[in-house]
Design a protein around this ligand. Structure first.
Ligand SMILES: Cc1cc2nc3c(=O)[nH]c(=O)nc-3n(C[C@H](O)[C@H](O)[C@H](O)COP(=O)(O)O)c2cc1C
Length: 383
């Protein structure tokens, strides 16, 4: 089993994660909906493309910088919002935001985070965004928006792919929705992971930190997970999205766009970014991949909206392929969560280091010295 310094790929970090995390937590991190087909398609979508390498070009200096919502970032990679992050390492969001800003890029906090809007802002030294939902309890959503304004967040990202919660069967088997079973299975699976268990028992309790004022039990994460899941609303429409956009009045992205038609509607409502995303395969099994949608969406929406993609990104070459196909940047989810679980802040830094090194090599080997020059000339379908 590699140590953190012996992890040379995201796959190595994943192996270390399996060693360190109780299986119930690993299943929550790794699991997708139903037969997990879409999650597999996400990974495979990148192998449908090959590079068109050009040689004898001066690639001694590589510029990986890009923009995210108009802000310059040193890498074309931003951390996707992920809930319950302290499940994977006791420091959770704080470790991720520190490593992310050290890497020179942007951080997006999830509504269902285990660190609050305010505490993450305190830790932050760079671009900061918040992911919201149009929940049943709209007052709670308005409260999040006000708190983000107060803490000077740089933008909001509305997740639009949760008309209902995906059927994640690993979680169902582990006891999600049945608190007593979940607690028993968590305890049993933690027995063989003493470091995780020690931290879980001795560090501050895991809470749905943004909802402490709104939920029972002081928002204890394991106890309130079901009442939070009931917040997802099946009646959310474009009008709700527009209402939240207006209330915020700043950079506003839609995450979870899965068709060209909806991408056009997002551009028409004046969203500043869309994330082509199937939630890492965790929602609709059978949903298309972001990468497959990307060329048609870029053509359809024009240059006034950032098109960002996520799903299955675990190699620097995946990032470069997405940018060459027209994405302005990408989000990574599991890739940084493996880093976090494997080694906290240092582990997340390892994720960035691995991806930066791989991207730099790919850029040199295809003969392209800056992200802004990457384009369709660098890529074609693999036959
Ligand atoms: C453990 C986990 C928790 C997640 N929580 C959220 C969340 O709270 N809000 C959200 O919009 N997306 C959430 N996502 C989806 C990610 O934002 C992102 O779309 C996805 O992870 C990208 O796929 P990848 O993990 O293959 O990189 C979560 C994903 C994972 C793996």
């Amino acid at each position: 089993m590699p140590t953190l310094n012996e992890c040379f790929s995201i796959a190595d970090l994943r192996k270390l994660t399996i060693k360190k995390l109780p299986s119930v937590m690993f299943d929550y991190l790794e699991g997708s909906a139903e037969d997990e087909l879409t999650a597999e398609w996400n990974r495979n979508s990148f192998s449908k493309y090959e590079f068109v390498p050009r040689v004898l070009k001066d690639v001694s200096k590589i510029d990986l910088s890009a923009t995210f919502q108009g802000v310059k970032i040193d890498l074309p990679i931003v951390t996707a919002p992920t809930g319950m992050t302290r499940m994977f390492h006791w420091e959770g969001e704080k470790a991720v935001v520190r490593a992310t800003h050290k890497a020179g890029t942007a951080y997006i906090l999830s509504t269902v985070a285990t660190t609050s809007i305010e505490d993450v802002a305190k830790e932050s030294k760079g671009p900061l965004f918040f992911q919201i939902y149009a929940w049943h309890d709209r007052k709670m959503v308005y409260d999040f928006i006000e708190r983000c304004k107060k803490e000077n967040y740089d933008g909001l990202m509305l997740a639009v792919d949760l008309a209902s919660l995906g059927k994640r069967e690993r979680d169902l088997r582990n006891g999600h929705g049945r608190p007593t079973v979940l607690r028993k299975n968590t305890a049993l699976s933690a027995l063989s992971k003493p470091t995780w268990l020690f931290n879980f028992l001795t560090k501050p309790k895991m809470r749905m930190a943004n909802m402490v004022e709104h939920l029972p039990h002081g928002a204890d994460a394991l106890k309130v997970v079901d009442s939070v899941n009931q917040q997802f609303s099946a009646s959310v429409t474009w009008e709700d999205a527009k209402e939240l956009q207006k209330l915020w009045g700043g950079k506003f992205m839609l995450k979870g766009i899965q068709s060209v038609e909806d991408a056009i509607l997002a551009a028409e409502m004046g969203a500043t970014g869309i994330i082509l995303s199937n939630h890492g395969g965790r929602q609709l099994d059978g949903a298309p991949t972001g990468l497959d949608l990307l060329p048609d969406v870029v053509k359809a929406v024009g240059p006034n909206i950032e098109v960002i993609v996520d799903g299955g990104i675990q190699r620097g070459s995946d990032v470069i392929k997405a940018i060459a196909l027209g994405a302005s940047s990408v989000l990574i989810g599991r890739a940084y969560l493996y880093g976090l679980a494997a080694g906290g802040e240092v582990g997340v830094t390892r994720t960035y280091d691995i991806l930066r090194d791989e991207m730099t090599r790919v850029m040199q080997l295809i003969g392209c010295s800056s992200i802004s020059e990457l384009g369709p000339q660098h890529i074609k379908r693999h036959v």
